[in-house]
Design a protein around this ligand. Sequence first.
Ligand SMILES: [Zn+2]
Length: 132
Amino acid sequence: MTSERMLCPVCQVTFLLKEERVPGKRVVCPVCGAVLTLTEENGFWVLRRPKDMSPEEEIRARVENFAQLRGYHFNEMKEPLIEALLKKYERYGDFYCPCKIDNIPENVCPCLETRQGSVERNGRCHCGLFWK
Ligand SMILES: [Zn+2]
């Protein structure tokens, strides 16, 4: 049984994966909630974004997982923000925060400030997707 640290390709944080290594297995990043697929590449185990989920399925699963991990809630702003995240994905290739101008890795939802606890400090994330 191996338990090395694995890199999340979404939030770029490593975490300990204690589960058995099975190709194609679904893993949820405990930091950002991203749904990932365990893949063997050149003899190494890596985590990749799921190829068998639509962008909408992927971002919905990610924000639900993240809210569940942190105990956050959603309100009526959720659906318009999911739409806005999908537009960002279509235009810029990733789920960048719809309320931020810069389409940079730190702003991929859940954005870095949210992952670092802005919801605890402010009661909500910058755009109001996640609420305490
Ligand atoms: Zn992650």
